[in-house]
Structure formats: structure tokens, C-alpha cells
Design a binder for this molecule. Structure first.
Ligand code: PLP
Length: 394
């Protein structure tokens, strides 16, 4: 990565050298399809099964409960449409939260158009779903609860154990989008009473375009991709063998490295939060201070646009992201920050910096030397900061 300081690890992570090394043979000599009977096909099949064991071991599942998909988006879509379709005769009510990833929200919106009803739970100012509110939202028509493990923008960790326990008692399928937590903090499908979850390899130093879905044995989830009989007739399509091998290796490495890595990112996170709060005024840390994933920071700077900060940080060789929905080409502020009860201007002035194993203390020191000047420069040009907001602050 040269001199670049990459602080957008929640968006995607660089592929680990060990992962790349494990994948390369399957892009070259061992290119056979995992569904064939000759030796290079059998080798591919064996590698796919080793990867399945490694993914299962990372989440406390059985290998036969892991299905390879194209990533987190597909796994979330599969879980939601798959449960909705398998259980339509039981009921047509789904419960989720307002701060889920678009992979979940858009799937729920699509189901509403098909006659399902969806409850979108609000969250408190730190981003927590209220379990009692969830409990009251359950009806005899509820077939699915889908609540993320940790939020991708603000890092808040939801009370999934409690939610899972409640769903288990009521016989409701519990899906969790664990894309931001797998490989970073412990996830155990039994301890958390999870019936299905979504995994994305590129968030844990694996390749892009590959992921997995865990489906508890016996859970009713309709197949998603139709075609060949791959993945036990549940997810058709020729296996992405190099990708699957990469995900498997990333899972194997994450299981061993997780404690050390989270200690490392926690330390850097502490430096970043403390440094920003002591050097910049009118700043707010978004998300919970304690129950948050180790690699996440998200701040709002009064009177400053997130996009402008991203561009100026980039000019200094620092990659960060903002809560604004720039990916969708819209200028709407992030639905997550708005759900916390923030004003438009505040949500527009947010900056997410997410850490990874390759970041160093020297890099954080450089960020802390650079960011205050950028915020000050932008505030000097900001009519909101210089006038209205200033009055409001006083
Ligand atoms: N869910 C969450 C919480 C995410 O952060 C992401 C990726 O940004 C996804 C789902 C989608 O994953 P993928 O990029 O593998 O489709």
C-alpha cells in the first residue's frame, strides 16, 4: 500500500499474503471444477470442504451448515427471502431495525411490496435496539427477526444473544448480519441462538465476491439460486474455488489471530478517540463508547461536510469514509446516523475511520497531526459553523 494510510477497513480489507498464497494454485494448475470426478476436480472439492470446515470452526457451526455464496449481500437476501418464502403459510410479519445494511433493508422493502408486513425498530442515541420493544412487536404472524450483530457505520454491538434467546423461545427464525464481526470478535451460533448468519470474506482479509451463509440444521429456508445441485441443492452455481479457498484461509487465520488483532486495533482506536477529542472541539463520537467493535470510530464534526474531509484527507494520503450515502450517488445523510436522532447537518459532518491489522501507531499519530488542520480549514469556510451552529453551541 506504499505510503497510504488506509483507515477504511469496514468497507473492505486488503487480502492477507497467506490467503493469496492459498488461492493462487486454484487460479492456475488446480483450476478444475469442484463438481467433477477427475483428480484436479477432486482436489478442488477437497479444498472447498477444508474451507467449509474452517468457516464452521470460526462460528461454532457444523461444516454441513455452511453454504458458500457470493458475499454478505447475497447471504442477507437469501436468508430474508428464503425464510419469507418457506414460512409464508405460517405468517407474513418480519421484524428488523432501522439501522440495518441496505442488503437487509432493501430485501424487506421488496417483501413489503409482496404483501409481507415489516416492523422497522428504532434505536436509541447510541444505536441499540431495545429488546423489550422487539418483544412487544412480535405477533403470532412473526416468522423472522433480522438484527445485525454490529453496525457497519457506528460499530455498536447489538444484544444479539438476548434477541436470539427470545426468538428461540417463541419459535421465530433469527437471522443476524454478522458481516462486520466475523473474524473480529467471537461469534458462536449456539451461544447466540442464531438460526442463520451472513459472512463476507473481504471484511476479514479475504477476497471480494465470496462469502457464506450459515443455516442451522433443520431451519426452514427456501433455496435461493436455482440451477445445478451444488451446495447440497441449496445454492446453485459452479463453485468459486479460489474465492472459497481464500475465505477458508481467512477464517483459519482469523481464529488464531483474533485476540491479538483486536487488542491491536483497540489500542489504536483508543489513541484515535482520545487524540481527536482532545485536539478538536465540537466533535461527537457516534455509537456506543464501550459496546462497539474494536476497529470502529465514527465522529461528527459540527459545521463540516464529510465529503470535503474525505477529499482533503485523501490529498494527505489517508483513506477514510463518511456517513453520507455517497455510494448511492445521493446526498441524503446516512440512514444510520439519522436513526440515532441526529440533525441533517450533523449527520453530513461525519467521518468513519476503521482500523485494521496493518495500521500502526505512527500512522495514527500522522492522522492526529493532519485532521485538526483540515477540520479547522473547512470550518473557516463553513457558513453553518461560523454563524448558526456557533450560536446554537453557545
Ligand atoms: N452487511 C454489512 C453490515 C456490511 O457492512 C456489508 C458490506 O459493506 C454487507 C452486508 C454486504 O457485504 P458484501 O460486500 O459482501 O456484499
Amino acid at each position: 500500500m506504499g505510503d497510504i494510510i488506509y483507515l477504511d477497513n469496514a468497507a473492505t480489507t486488503p487480502v492477507d499474503d497467506g490467503v493469496l498464497e492459498a488461492m493462487l494454485p486454484f487460479l492456475k494448475d488446480k483450476f478444475g471444477s469442484a463438481s467433477t470426478l477427475y483428480s484436479i476436480g477432486r482436489e478442488a472439492r477437497e479444498a472447498v470442504e477444508v474451507a467449509r470446515e474452517n468457516v464452521a470452526a470460526l462460528i461454532g457451526a457444523k461444516p454441513e451448515e455452511v453454504y458458500f455464496t457470493s458475499g454478505g449481500t447475497e447471504s442477507d437476501n437469501w436468508a430474508i427471502f428464503g425464510v419469507a418464502s418457506a414460512k409464508a403459510n405460517k405468517g407474513k410479519h418480519i421484524i428488523t431495525s432501522k439501522i440495518e445494511h441496505h442488503a437487509v433493508l432493501e430485501s424487506c422493502h421488496a417483501l413489503e411490496k409482496q404483501g409481507y408486513s415489516v416492523t422497522y425498530l428504532g434505536v436509541d442515541e447510541n444505536g441499540f435496539v431495545d429488546v423489550d420493544e422487539l418483544k412487544s412487536a412480535i405477533t403470532d404472524q412473526t416468522i423472522l427477526v433480522t438484527i445485525m450483530h454490529a453496525n457497519n457505520e457506528i460499530g455498536t454491538i447489538e444484544p444479539v444473544e438476548e434477541i436470539g434467546k427470545l426468538c428461540r423461545e417463541k419459535g421465530i427464525h433469527f437471522h443476524s448480519d454478522t458481516v462486520q464481526t466475523i473474524g473480529h470478535i467471537p461469534v458462536d451460533v449456539d451461544a447466540m441462538n442464531i438460526d442463520s448468519l451472513a459472512i463476507s470474506a473481504h471484511k476479514l482479509y479475504g477476497p471480494k465476491g465470496i462469502g457464506a451463509m450459515y443455516i442451522r440444521k433443520g431451519a426452514r429456508v427456501e433455496r435461493f439460486m436455482r440451477g445445478g445441485g451444488q451446495e447440497n441443492n441449496k445454492r446453485a452455481g459452479t463453485h468459486n474455488v479460489p474465492g472459497i479457498v481464500g475465505l477458508g484461509k481467512a477464517a483459519e487465520l482469523a481464529k488464531v489471530r483474533m485476540p491479538e488483532e483486536s487488542e491491536h486495533t483497540l489500542k489504536l482506536r483508543g489513541m484515535l478517540i482520545e487524540g481527536i477529542e482532545s485536539r478538536i472541539k465540537d466533535v461527537k463520537l457516534n455509537g456506543d463508547r464501550v459496546k462497539r467493535i474494536p476497529n470502529n470510530t465514527n465522529f461528527s464534526f459540527t459545521g463540516v461536510e464529510g465529503e470535503s474531509m474525505i477529499l482533503l484527507m485523501d490529498m494527505n494520503g489517508i483513506c477514510v469514509s463518511s456517513g453520507s450515502a455517497c455510494t448511492s450517488g445521493s446526498l441524503d445523510p446516512s440512514h444510520v446516523l439519522m436513526a440515532l436522532g441526529m440533525k441533517h447537518e450533523q449527520a453530513h459532518g461525519s467521518l468513519r475511520m476503521t482500523l485494521g491489522k496493518e495500521n500502526t501507531e505512527a500512522q495514527i499519530a500522522k492522522v492526529l497531526d493532519t485532521l485538526p488542520g483540515i477540520v479547522q480549514r473547512l470550518r473557516e469556510m463553513s457558513p453553518i459553523y461560523m454563524t448558526g451552529a456557533e450560536c446554537e453551541r453557545e
